[in-house]
Design a protein around this ligand. Structure first.
Ligand SMILES: [Zn+2]
Length: 191
């Protein structure tokens, strides 16, 4: 799985011109058909999309190219999940958040639990990105919750991307920078 930008024409151009690197070995990726069609939910609607598949010319591995609006193995757009996380950071409970977003309680509780488990690792990674993008940036000062601190680190790193590189939605940046693994199980390496 490789998280790519949300401009499909640009992704296709990068793929065809050999400008995408293999996430396993950094070799050159080329076109390799499509993955299965999936239905995922954005804020207002169900979106059916068929991600591109790519194959590495060095190691032969194949990778699904998933747009940064999604996360790995999640049926909802990262903007929806991010809105839930921000509401939790602001003190809302999962039932209220679920009602506001029109999602099942159990789904929202699952997102929030997983984000909370990863929150400290997330804060560390995105604080590192913030300081890499903007060496002058002040510290991310610990607040009332580890979830809030992680949200602040993501928001500040995304703002630094906007200033230094290009406009990006904060949660799409978070998906891209985490390889779509914002809610994935913690690996042995801690991220
Ligand atoms: Zn490879």
């Amino acid at each position: 799985m490789l998280i790519v930008g949300s401009d499909l024409v640009e992704v296709e151009r990068l793929l065809v011109s050999g400008e995408l690197s293999c996430p396993s070995c950094r070799g050159v990726l080329g076109p390799w058909g499509h993955a299965r069609t999936r239905s995922t939910r954005a804020l207002g609607a169900v979106v059916r999309h068929r991600p591109r598949r790519a194959r590495c010319s060095s190691c032969g591995g194949t990778h699904v190219l998933l747009a940064q609006v999604w996360l790995v193995r999640r049926a909802d757009a990262v903007a929806v999940i991010g809105a839930a996380v921000e509401a939790k950071a602001a003190g809302a409970g999962h039932r209220r958040i679920a009602a506001a977003l029109g999602r099942p309680d159990s789904t929202v509780r699952g997102w929030l639990r997983r984000f909370t488990v990863r929150a400290e690792a997330t804060r560390v990674v995105f604080t590192g990105l913030l300081h890499a993008l903007d060496p002058q940036a002040g510290a991310v000062v610990p607040g009332v919750s580890v979830v809030g601190d992680a949200v602040e680190a993501i928001g500040r790193a995304a703002a630094a991307v906007v200033v230094r590189l290009a406009p990006v939605e904060p949660w799409e940046f978070a998906s891209r920078a985490s390889g779509g693994r914002l809610l994935a199980p913690l690996s042995g390496a801690g991220w």
